[in-house]
Each structure stands twice: as structure tokens, then as C-alpha cells.
Design a protein. Structure first.
Length: 132
């Protein structure tokens, strides 16, 4: 089958559309508990692996869920937020530090201006009482 270069309707041309990004799976605590119960009850050889394949899970994830269950029971299986744990006060502290730095720089500039004004008045021979 030959294609005419002028013909733009090739059927075997790849689709230029970008595939959507994979979304991280999130599991409910009920789902985690159900899977852990099914795996714990599995007694036949290969049954645990069949459950993992059917659900698309890895054994490492099951180990993590077991640790969560051991540490916190049913509450331990609930989803946890990812990323650094930032206390609400941390945002305020960061803002206050930034504000403190800004005010220090402003104070340094004001002190420098005052020093320059003093030197100018000394050069011009003005008395400090006259300058005020």
C-alpha cells in the first residue's frame, strides 16, 4: 500500500494527542481492610498472589497496610496526606521572620540616612539645635 505524500489522511499516522497523566490510586480504609481480610483468609497455594493480581496490587503495599493496621487499627488504615507535615503556626512563623527581615533592612536604611544628615550638618557648620 503506497501513500501519496500530498494526502494528509493517513490511517496509520500516530495520534499526536498527549496521553493523560496517570492518577495516583487512593484506597479507602474499607477496601484495605477487605483486601487484608481476604489475604489473611487465603489458605490455598497461590491464592494470595491471585488476589494481588486481580486487584492490581503489590505485596509491598499489603505489608504497608498491615503495619498501618497494627499501629492504628481501623483508624490506621485511613488515608493520610502526603508531603511534609506543616503546622499552621509554621506559616505564621515564616511570615513573621520575613517581616522581621524586611523591617531590619528598613531600619538600617533609616539609620544610614540619619548618619548622612548628621555629617552634612557638620560639614555645613550647622548646630544640631539649628537642624531640628
Amino acid at each position: 500500500m503506497s501513500h501519496d505524500p500530498k494526502d494528509r489522511n493517513f490511517s496509520d499516522t500516530p495520534d499526536p494527542e498527549v496521553e493523560p497523566r496517570a492518577v495516583r490510586r487512593q484506597y479507602t480504609s474499607e477496601y484495605k481492610q477487605r483486601i487484608l481480610d481476604a489475604i489473611d483468609q487465603a489458605s490455598e497455594p497461590g491464592e494470595k498472589g491471585a488476589i494481588l493480581r486481580r486487584e492490581g496490587l503489590y505485596s509491598q503495599l499489603i505489608s504497608k497496610w498491615r503495619q498501618q493496621r497494627t499501629r492504628g487499627g481501623a483508624e490506621g488504615l485511613k488515608s493520610q496526606r502526603r508531603g511534609p507535615k506543616i503546622a499552621p503556626e509554621a506559616n505564621e512563623i515564616a511570615w513573621l521572620k520575613q517581616e522581621n527581615g524586611r523591617l531590619r533592612r528598613k531600619l538600617e536604611k533609616a539609620e544610614l540616612i540619619i548618619e548622612v544628615q548628621k555629617k552634612v550638618s557638620q560639614i555645613l557648620g550647622m548646630d544640631e539645635s539649628e537642624a531640628s
